[in-house]
Design a protein. Structure first.
Length: 118
């Protein structure tokens, strides 16, 4: 199972080390394409910044999946995990749309709650 082309530049894959577990990932080599949008909003466009955007997107557009997602981001990589593939697909759709729509991305960045950032 690998949906990486449908949510580009995010990658959605099965986690090999845990049955029926999935992850959604965005690496720093893709993040740089929209880093200026984060900077314009006074945020860092790193993995933690994207985690804040993910939490904001879920809170605003898919609150029903919030308790089915966990995050494990680092500075150079955004990662969300779940045993619920549909929940991750919903998040992947939201983040991919935001990545390709700078207005939507800026709205999500500005709506990140300070508690959602490390």
């Amino acid at each position: 199972m690998n949906d990486e082309t449908s949510y580009a530049p995010l990658t959605l894959s099965e986690y090999d080390h845990e049955p029926e577990s999935y992850y959604l990932m965005l690496t720093d080599d893709a993040m740089v394409a929209v880093e200026d949008e984060f900077t314009a909003c006074g945020r860092e466009g790193n993995g933690y910044g994207w985690e804040g955007v993910a939490r904001s997107a879920v809170r605003s557009h898919a609150p029903e999946v919030a308790d089915r997602l966990t995050y494990g981001s680092e500075a150079g990589m955004f990662v969300a995990r779940s045993h619920d593939l549909d929940a991750l697909r919903r998040l992947a759709t939201l983040l991919s749309q935001a990545f390709h729509d700078r207005t939507q991305l800026a709205e999500l960045i500005r709506s990140v709650h300070p508690d959602d950032l490390d």
